[in-house]
Ligand binder design. Structure first.
Ligand SMILES: N[C@@H](CCC(=O)N[C@@H](CS)C(=O)NCC(=O)O)C(=O)O
Length: 206
């Protein structure tokens, strides 16, 4: 039996909920973290000593780290081409997952927390704008890639699209000035057409 712990407004939890929805999995969802609490309780800490969400339980397995959970669900329940059979194709998709968590997450968090979770009068606009500039530099790489392929996973949608796809919704929804990125925007629109994305990722930013 699968249980996913984590509040629905977390960009990292969204990855897991979206992946589970794409795979049409049956699972129990427990809201946790933020105002829901629970993450400091002994039971939760015994499953994830970091006290962070998302957390996946699959019978005796307790697994944390959002991208690892996405990979696990895809490997266990997914099929080609969502989880590509060819190691070369899969690796090309998976590198975007690592890029998201290594390169994008820190400046993204500065912008997201600054714009969505901070009152205007308390915002450090210098810091937010520097983070936007940094993200725009990184997104040039995304734009060039998506000029030559419809999805980050390659010719078809797959796991490589999930981590950045979860974050990109907030990027396009936040009231910030963005450089025009026609290829990224077309990729985003392709994601927006997916019912699983609509129900799990395209929810109010809070
Ligand atoms: N690298 C971890 C980061 C997890 C993380 O930072 N989770 C945040 C939510 S996005 C969290 O648990 N914050 C505390 C809380 O919600 O109470 C992952 O990708 O799963």
């Amino acid at each position: 039996m699968l249980t996913i712990w984590g509040r629905e407004n977390s960009n990292n939890v969204k990855k897991v909920l979206w992946c589970a929805a794409e795979l049409r999995l049956n699972f129990t969802h427990i809201n946790a973290g933020g105002t829901y609490g629970k993450t400091d309780e002994e039971t939760f800490r015994s499953l994830n000593p970091n006290g962070l969400v998302p957390l996946l339980q699959d019978n005796d397995l307790a697994l944390w780290e959002s991208n690892t959970i996405v990979r696990y669900l895809a490997a266990k329940f997914g099929q080609h081409p969502f989880y590509a059979n060819d190691p070369l194709v899969r690796a090309q998709a998976e590198k975007w997952m690592d890029w998201q968590i290594s390169t994008i997450v820190v400046p993204f968090r500065t912008v997201f927390v600054g714009i969505v979770r901070t009152q205007p009068e308390q915002r450090d606009m210098g810091k937010i704008e520097a983070a936007i500039t940094e993200l725009e530099q990184h997104f040039t790489i995304l734009e060039q890639t998506l000029a030559g392929q419809p999805y980050l996973s390659g010719d078809v949608f797959g796991i490589g699209d999930i981590p950045l796809g979860s974050f990109i919704y907030a990027w396009f929804e936040m009231p910030i000035k963005r450089q025009p990125r026609p290829h990224m925007e077309r990729w985003y629109q392709r994601l927006c057409a997916r019912p699983a994305y609509q129900s799990t990722v395209m929810t109010p930013l809070t």
